[in-house]
Design a protein around this ligand. Structure first.
Ligand code: SF4
Length: 959
């Protein structure tokens, strides 16, 4: 038995408690860190925090072990061996920063595109994006392109927000909750807390997901859909609801573009566009006069049916008629889709009935008057209490954007977006695409020693906003915002290394990455990417990607492939800013932001990446980072958080602004702002007025509040875009209209996929392989106990998921004659792996799956080379290529959604055969053991945490 002293985790054993923000996943819960001396003793949830109300998950508790990880990098490193050997020499920060700036300065002075700056799941994109903009490179993005950009972009283009960080189910009021293809790390604590509330109230939860784990395992109903067919399933729900009249017509008329008139003049350049007046206002048919009138006119009652002849030929009809024409078609009936979805038609009818019953028989009425943007007064807030949530599961397919759009349209049709009991926006959302900026980086905007005129990421509204050259060719290294992926709002990080390697569209000189494990679990075609990182030009002997700068806190697989390492701190040792300018932590009823701060000082020669970036920016003389004399404007990230103003009065932190510290949203910088956050528990929040809490897109009270807080400079009410004119503009370009048209080889694809009303098409990768040869769908998901690759180095969390078997359905197991612990070969059109299996019932009969990023490369993360993560853990990534199989014309498209560029991880189809029995089998492919950076700590000999054990381990390390 361990003695009590070693395991004393009582808060009383601490001599101070520091309140900050968790970073063991991206939910950003508030935590109380108990500290004794300079040692962290215990982490608990902050009960006052708006995100988690004191709830802490397994990951959050295990933050202690993340902080104490032996894999922490301890000093700047310069590569001395070959790339991939992991041989490094420690250098000083001065040498490291001089090296980085000497690589970057000439690029900026000649061709800033030669810097590709991409970050992983960091939480400082307001800073990193601005830094790229000031550097002048368009080649910037974070990890959204390989995560869930389809969900985010479809939401922004359709309703002005999306799930998770942009909004939340109305847990208090909903009567039915639907979960579609969730990734269990998006959202973590908030969903668990919400599900608990639903269970307390006896509210039914239905999960539509090929795999019945996590949230699906505690749902009342599980619908084990075939991967990639969610769009078909949702459209069949829409078909049934429309056919039976179970939709909210009043809501459609008031808050959506369903009544807007659409021009029907096939073959003309304006076919499918909205009929607009001379001021550009969309037109509707006025019920009283039957004539077109601006949709913005107060007091009108637009028609959903009708037709007017147009002076130049053709007609205009309300978008609703196109919706009815399309979705009432029998091709969308449950009977027509059941063979593909694997869901019997009867279940679709039953679910549609449950949705209609909850929405229309159990409407929620809140006795709260409010005024809409047209000045019309409403006595009450009336809602349709059906809430939904979805994330990467439906998003990471090549048809994900249209699937996500279909899901939002299902919500709209029953009137459950931003109404009581439905889905609610979190400020500063809703924020529709047209008020976001367009992406900067057109050829004439990229100039030596000059910032871009705007942010590199944004939301295109037409082909004119694409980042292409005169020949229509991509100008970004990831080909974002080109005809390959026009609405790629988060970039295509999964294409950066292969494009840079191929010099397509041009070579880069420096690849600068932060927290992105591209040499392992974050890349498709992992072995290929490793080769691309290490291959040299036969003529010059130089690496194809000449210089790689990488910043990480830990000795991840990517470290070994970089030339210069800028070591980051752990999340408990640095300042961070969870900003409204970035990805907010607001709740539907409150505006909130938060900080992290060094609750303990680093005991190594490491620096917070954001401070490093500002230092580098100052050394490069980037505008906004230096004063008129060229001296650094910001001492460090904390100084930037306090004093930077994106525009007058608007800074990274919205709380405690102004000299008095009492200003909210807008206000002068306050030198004591960070202290005020710390005193307040590490966060700031402000409640929304009661009359501003629902119907935010149309609610004048909310719009005024948003202007006061600085979200907008003027009210920005808008209508939900069921019918997407943006997509139609790309469709017209593919038909040969307009000055910017796609290259011939992409026209048919754009015509098929850029439909203004969502359509389902088969996922590309699965559709392009022979389904007799590769009959089985293969998926990965993150476990809720871990986050990306960080968790599987953590001794406490490794006890939950120490390795990852391939979970296979029992029917398949019987036909393969395999049982738990057996090994199988899994092959795709791209590769072959050998993995252990586990048999389960709760999975679609044609689908196998595993946890992602548990498998580790031997030698990385300071794990024992024979750790189970290396021997019995594996990645499906080896089976997935970043390019689709060759087509008839000899071209290969990227393995992405053609609209947003979202990495199509979940389109994979495989074949499985039983492997011969071997004692002590190991997963294949196996890679050579990676070298370890110098002087990392030895792994702890015990897994438990206790002061004398830590002391003993430290002593052992020092011997
Ligand atoms: S849900 Fe995420 S942020 Fe919240 S406690 Fe768990 S790991 Fe931390």
């Amino acid at each position: 038995m361990p003695d009590d002293k070693n395991l004393n985790l009582s808060p009383k054993s601490a001599d101070r408690i520091a309140k900050t923000t968790c970073y063991m996943c991206a939910c950003r819960c508030g935590i109380n860190v108990h500290i004794k001396g300079d040692e962290i003793r215990y982490i608990e949830g902050n009960r006052d925090h708006p995100v988690n109300n004191g709830v802490l998950c397994a990951k959050g508790s295990a933050g202690i072990m993340q902080h104490l990880s032996p894999a922490r990098l301890n000093a700047p490193l310069k590569r001395v061996g070959k790339r991939g050997e992991g041989k490094f020499e420690k250098i000083s920060w001065e040498e490291a920063m001089e090296m980085a700036s000497s690589w970057l300065k000439p690029i900026r002075e000649t061709d800033p595109r030669k810097l590709a700056f991409f970050t992983g799941r960091d939480q400082s994109q307001a800073l990193t994006g601005w830094w790229a903009q000031q550097f002048g490179t368009p080649n910037f993005a974070a990890h959204g392109g390989f995560c869930s950009v389809n969900m985010a972009a479809a939401g922004i283009y359709t309703i002005g927000g999306a799930f998770w960080e942009f909004g939340s189910p109305d847990w208090q009021n909903t009567e039915l909750f639907l979960l579609f293809g969730v990734a269990e790390d998006h959202d973590s604590n908030p969903i668990k807390i919400g599900l608990g509330k639903l269970k307390d109230r006896g509210i039914r939860t239905v999960s539509i997901n090929p795999v019945q784990t996590g949230y699906s395992a505690v749902a009342d109903d599980w619908i084990g859909i075939t991967p990639g067919t969610d769009g078909l399933f949702i459209l069949s729900l829409i078909h049934v609801l429309m056919k039976t009249g179970q939709i909210d017509l009043d809501y459609l008329i008031r808050y959506t573009n369903a009544p807007w008139l659409v021009i029907r003049r096939p073959g003309s350049a304006d076919d499918g566009l909205f009929l607009r007046d001379e001021n550009g206002q969309p037109q509707v048919l006025d019920h009283k006069t039957g004539k077109p009138i601006s949709a913005e006119t107060a007091g009108i009652r637009p028609q959903l049916k009708g037709e007017i002849a147009l002076p130049n030929g053709g007609v205009a009809v309300p978008a609703f008629m196109l919706m009815a024409e399309d979705w009432l078609n029998d091709e969308h009936s449950p009977e027509a889709s059941e063979a593909k979805t694997g869901i019997p038609a009867e279940r679709v009818y039953a679910l549609a009935g449950a949705i209609a019953e909850a929405a229309f028989k159990r409407e929620v009425v809140i006795d709260q008057p409010w005024v809409d943007w047209k000045g019309e007064h409403h006595d009450k807030m009336i809602g349709r209490p059906v809430a939904m949530h979805a994330m990467r599961g439906i998003s990471a397919h090549s048809n994900g954007f249209q699937t996500c759009r279909a899901l939002h349209i299902l919500q709209i049709l029953i009137g459950s977006v931003e109404t009581p009991g439905g889905f609610r926006f979190k400020p500063p959302y809703p924020k529709p695409a047209h008020i976001h900026p367009r992406p900067a980086g057109k050829p004439d905007q990229v100039k030596p020693s000059t910032p871009l005129p705007g942010a590199p990421l944004g939301y295109p509204m037409s082909p004119d906003d694409l980042l292409v050259d005169d020949q229509g060719q991509p100008v970004r290294i990831d080909k974002a915002y080109s005809w390959d992926a026009p609405l790629s709002a988060h970039g295509l990080m999964h294409m950066v290394i292969s494009n840079a390697y191929a010099g397509d569209p041009y070579p880069v000189d420096v690849l600068f990455m932060y927290m992105a494990n591209m040499a392992w679990n974050s890349s498709m075609n992992t072995r290929g990417v490793i080769d691309m990182l290490t291959e040299t030009d036969p003529e010059t002997g130089e690496y194809r990607i000449p210089k790689i700068i990488y910043s990480d806190a830990y000795s991840s697989e990517m470290v070994a492939y970089a030339d210069l390492i800028l070591p980051d701190t752990t999340y408990l040792e640095r300042h961070d800013c969870i900003s409204l300018l970035d990805r907010p932590i607001c709740e539907p009823d409150c505006v909130a932001d938060a900080i992290r701060w060094p609750v303990v000082e680093p005991d190594r020669d490491v620096r917070g990446f954001q401070s490093t970036l500002l230092d580098l920016g100052a050394r490069l003389g980037l505008p906004g980072m230096v004063d008129a004399d060229g001296k650094p404007l910001y001492r460090d990230y904390a100084d930037y958080m306090t004093n930077h103003q994106r525009k007058p009065g608007i800074g990274p932190l919205a709380g405690f602004r102004g000299q008095s510290g009492k200003d909210k949203g807008r206000g002068d910088p306050n030198p004591d702002q960070i202290d005020a956050y710390i005193a307040n528990g590490g966060f700031w929040s402000e409640e929304l007025p009661e009359n501003a809490r629902y119907f935010k897109m149309a609610n004048q009270h909310y719009q005024d509040f948003a202007v006061k807080m600085g979200f907008f400079d003027k009210p920005e009410p808008y209508c939900f875009q069921i019918y997407s004119e943006v997509l139609q503009k790309f469709q017209l370009a593919a038909q040969g209209h307009g000055k910017n048209q796609p290259p011939q080889h992409l026209r048919e694809r754009i015509k098929a996929c850029f439909t203004p009303l969502p359509q389902w098409y088969a996922p590309f990768d699965g559709d392009m392989v022979d389904s007799d040869t590769y009959p089985i769908h293969a998926l990965t998901q993150r476990p809720m106990a871990m986050y990306h690759s960080w968790g599987s180095q953590n001794p406490w969390l490794r006890q939950i998921h120490g390795h990852n078997p391939l979970f296979i359905p029992s029917g398949l197991a019987r036909s393969l004659q395999v049982q738990d612990g057996d090994w199988v070969w899994v092959s795709s059109h791209h590769g072959k792996i050998k993995v252990p299996v586990a048999v389960m019932e709760g999975v679609n009969p044609h689908t196998v799956w595993t946890w992602n990023a548990i498998g580790k490369r031997r030698g990385a993360w300071q794990l024992d080379p024979d750790a189970p993560e290396a021997r019995k853990g594996f990645l499906l990534n080896h089976l997935i290529h970043e390019l689709l199989p060759m087509r008839g014309d000899g071209l290969r498209w990227s393995n992405s959604d053609p609209i947003t560029g979202q990495a199509a991880w979940f389109d994979l189809k495989v074949n499985i055969t039983k492997a011969d029995h071997e004692d002590n089998a190991s997963a294949e492919p196996a890679f050579p053991i990676l070298g370890t950076p110098p002087d990392l700590e030895k792994p702890a000999s015990v897994l438990r945490y206790g002061d004398s054990i830590i002391a003993r381990d430290k002593k052992e390390n020092n011997q």
